[in-house]
Design a protein around this ligand. Structure first.
Ligand SMILES: *Cc1c(COP(=O)(O)O)cnc(C)c1O
Length: 412
């Protein structure tokens, strides 16, 4: 039997045996490229998660509340409590107490807001450590913050290339001058997961604060933000959390900073709800991470996210993680068995759902693969990123992916 045939029969057995396989039917899947064409293999849940079928109804309900109750719905429906109930759903996914999580805003803006509190360059502690190949938005945010404080980014931003050890070594080297360590939990390019607990402990013992951008980690890998003593974290709602394009984001502020006197950028939605509508002149923060909220929540935009988070709770995040590990390991093995040396997996074993693949034929291979109905993502110069999502991708699709990728490689 050729490797693809035996992998296909193994995948069929795995799909039949896994109690989570039917979850796939709880999502809308994109249409084939041509009517009646091959089904789309969607491996881009790390960029935009698929739509849960329950999202439309959830949004429709909010629309009906708006048309039938208008402003009364803030009190007569549950609008005033939406953020708190979403924080409840979100907290177990990131390993936090509900009071440490707030839902709203957008990822890069939230990073800026939180840096206002947690990046306070002073007394020779001015530097920010981040990964050399961090997501561009994070690089722009960090450089502009340094600049805004009247400092020079090229002097203050320490870019670290490499793995956990490289980060730990850089923390040691800059021990005296480090103000903040700001890392992605998972590097978006390689898919490598950092040892966030160890890095956080080292950064704090050096006297720096620690922030995490969890865009690629939230809803993907297990996180223990509270136990790791991370100072703050932020993530978006539209990648693995399936909240919809540009969905509201979320952030974490560790309990030990609640009630802090440290400066923050305030808005009325961060004001203590007990007196928010008395419109007092002086700002008095809400207890917990909610005290860093700024503006009125987007009730409509939160609806699909709420539907999605309810599905996470229904299934249980640990079960999803267990399935994710098996699914990604199967894809890794299938690639090696079916495609050998023509495709190389760059992602190390410390990983979540994403594999970054170095492919022969570069961009042409990617274009052929896309034309064959595989939705994945391309990064210059020769890397394809594929993210099998345990909620809606199947073992069978991993084999089909290898088949279509094999057929897209240059003729050898
Ligand atoms: C996706 C992603 C972003 C996107 O930020 P937005 O403010 O939501 O546009 C930022 N940083 C990282 C690491 C990401 O993966």
């Amino acid at each position: 039997m050729n490797p693809l045939e035996s992998l296909a029969s193994e995948a069929a057995r795995l799909d039949a045996a896994d109690p989570l396989t039917p979850l796939r039917g709880r999502f809308h899947h994109p249409d084939p490229l041509t009517p009646g064409g091959d089904h789309i293999i969607y491996l881009t849940g790390n960029s935009l998660g698929l739509q849960p079928r329950s999202a439309r109804r959830a949004l429709e309900e909010r629309m009906v509340q708006w048309d039938s109750m208008a402003v009364r719905a803030w009190h007569d429906a549950d609008w005033m409590d939406i953020e708190a109930s979403l924080a409840e759903l979100m907290a177990p996914i990131v390993g936090a107490n509900p009071a440490e999580v707030a839902v709203g805003g957008s990822l890069t803006a939230n990073i800026h807001h939180l840096m206002a509190t947690f990046y306070r360059p002073a007394d020779g502690r001015t530097k920010i450590l981040m990964e050399a190949d961090a997501f561009p938005s994070d690089q722009y945010a960090v450089a502009s913050q340094v600049d805004w404080h009247g400092l020079v980014p090229s002097a203050e931003v320490v870019m670290v290339e490499g793995d956990d050890d490289a980060v730990l070594e850089a923390i040691e080297i800059h021990r005296e001058s480090l103000a903040l360590v700001l890392l992605a939990g998972i590097n978006y390019y390689t898919g490598r997961v950092f040892d966030m607990g160890r890095i956080s402990a080292a950064a704090r013992s050096a006297g720096a604060t620690v922030g995490l951008d969890l865009a690629h980690a939230a809803g993907n890998v297990p996180l223990r933000l509270h136990d790791w003593n991370v100072d703050f974290a932020a993530w978006c709602g539209y990648k693995y959390l399936n909240g919809g394009p540009g969905a509201p984001a979320a952030f974490f502020v560790h309990e030990q900073h609640h009630g802090t006197e440290a400066p923050r950028l305030a808005g009325w939605w961060g004001h203590d709800p007990a007196s928010r509508f008395l419109m007092p002149d002086a700002f008095s923060p809400a207890p917990g991470a909610a005290g860093w909220q700024i503006s009125t929540p987007s009730v409509l935009a939160l609806a699909p996210l709420e539907a999605s988070l309810s599905l996470f709770r229904e299934v249980g995040f640990e079960r999803l993680v267990a399935r994710s590990r098996r699914l990604t390991a199967f894809l890794d093995r299938a690639i090696q068995e079916a495609l050998g040396t023509r495709v190389r997996v760059l992602t190390p074993p410390e990983r979540g759902a994403q594999l970054s693949l170095k492919v022969e034929g570069g961009r042409t291979t990617f274009e052929r693969l896309s034309a064959a109905g595989v939705v994945c993502d391309w990064r210059e110069p020769d890397v394809i990123r594929a993210a099998p999502v345990p909620m809606y991708n199947s073992f069978g699709e991993m084999v089909e992916f290898c088949e279509r990728l094999g057929a897209s490689l240059p003729d050898s």
